[in-house]
Design a protein around this ligand. Structure first.
Ligand code: FPP
Ligand code: MG
Length: 353
């Protein structure tokens, strides 16, 4: 069965939880996340309640749980780590939506559109600081690992901001950016989870590489959604990457499909705003092998993720980790096949970005 974007967005963790028997732990994590709002100063408690109640995919907490499962078992520290990781993720989204000027996230108005940029910056800061407060109760070394990952995420965002509208960005620079801004917040939960179980360093690193590969593939999927997805299905504002001049992978592959004066002409058209809305780009993206090339890249990355699991015993947690790979691969196929089969309207945002 192929899940719609919406279902995948909403139920990936639930579905895997049922399959692999981690439902109780995931529900415990959810309750803990919601409870954190009660620990916050009363005048921002409603903001926190609403931010923490908005149900995302809970992918990163799931990675904490599954990595714990394959590396020796799930303990209370893993539940706390999962809460920390999700709160940090929510903090990054609050800030990201300010940077991208996004109006909708997780099917609700974003923090910035509800409370303005000033309050939202500070809400993101509070979420992050509160997450570190919880993290400080974990074994020594946890805060350093978590905070270092957040520094890497921020450096990726800075690099990305500095390269906006730079259509000469090389593919390797693009990967450097997404490894940092997205991959790191998938890598760290896996590696720290294994570290909490005291596994040999190489096993933790293998899980970290699994998380990194998954995060990179996820970001490429997200890049494709920005151009091809439907806002009402993804529950977030789309077209902000394109509108904000972020050179995403499909755009880089489109540029790579041309050379010499043709390429210069296309870059010039980008700069002159010839493709003001993302719909204008769709005919170009549908040609030139851009989307199949993007899909092949995702497949290769997901196959690296799968290889990293080879050394772990083939029980339920590992099967669930493989299922996460399959779910993501299917979503990318579905999005890109829809475009290639000419079902463009299905994937298009009515009325522009
Ligand atoms: C989504 O990218 C955003 C990220 C991957 C990271 C954003 C991180 C920051 C803004 C740093 C925040 C720092 C702290 C300390 C809270 P996207 O815009 O490609 O994805 P989207 O389509 O979901 O918006
Ligand atoms: Mg964004």
């Amino acid at each position: 069965m192929k899940l719609s974007d919406q279902k995948w967005q909403e139920h990936v963790a639930d579905r895997l939880g049922v399959v692999a028997g981690f439902q109780d732990t995931l529900e415990q994590i959810d309750r803990e996340i919601s409870r954190q709002a009660e620990e916050i100063d009363s005048w921002i408690r409603p903001h926190f309640r609403s931010l923490l109640a908005s149900r995302g995919k809970r992918l990163r907490p799931l990675l904490v749980v599954l990595s714990a499962g394959v590396s020796g078992g799930i303990r209370a520290d893993h539940v706390a780590l999962a809460v920390v990781v999700e709160m940090i993720h929510v903090a990054t989204l609050v800030h990201d939506d300010i940077l991208d000027g996004a109006a909708i996230r997780r099917g609700e108005p974003t923090a910035t559109s509800r409370w303005g940029n000033e309050v939202s910056v500070l809400l993101g800061d509070t979420l992050f600081a509160h997450a570190l407060r919880i993290c400080a109760k974990l074994p020594a070394g946890s805060v350093e690992r978590v905070a270092t990952a957040v520094c890497t995420v921020c450096s990726g965002e800075i690099l990305q901001t500095q390269r906006r509208f730079d259509w000469s960005l090389r593919e390797e620079d693009y990967f450097e950016i997404i490894e940092r801004k997205t991959g790191e917040l998938f890598r760290m939960p896996c590696e720290v989870s294994a570290w909490l179980n005291g596994v040999p360093e190489e096993a933790g690193r293998a899980l970290g590489r699994y998380g990194m590969a998954l995060g990179i593939a996820y970001q490429i999927y997200d890049d494709c959604l920005d151009l091809l997805g439907k806002e009402e299905l993804t529950g977030k504002t789309l077209g902000t990457d394109w509108g904000g001049g972020k050179p995403t992978l499909p755009i880089l592959y489109l540029l790579a499909s041309r050379s010499g004066p043709e390429r210069e002409e296309l870059i010039d058209a980008f700069h002159r705003g010839r493709f003001a809305s993302r719909e204008d780009l769709l005919p170009l993206l549908a040609e030139n092998g851009v989307l199949p090339k993007t899909r092949s890249k995702v497949e290769a990355i997901l196959s690296c993720a799968r290889n990293e699991l080879a050394g772990f015993s083939p029980g339920e947690p590992r099967r669930a980790m493989e299922e996460v790979i399959d779910l993501l691969g299917n979503q990318v196929d579905r999005l890109i096949e829809g475009m290639s089969a000419g079902r463009r309207a299905e994937n298009m945002l009515p009325g522009g970005a």
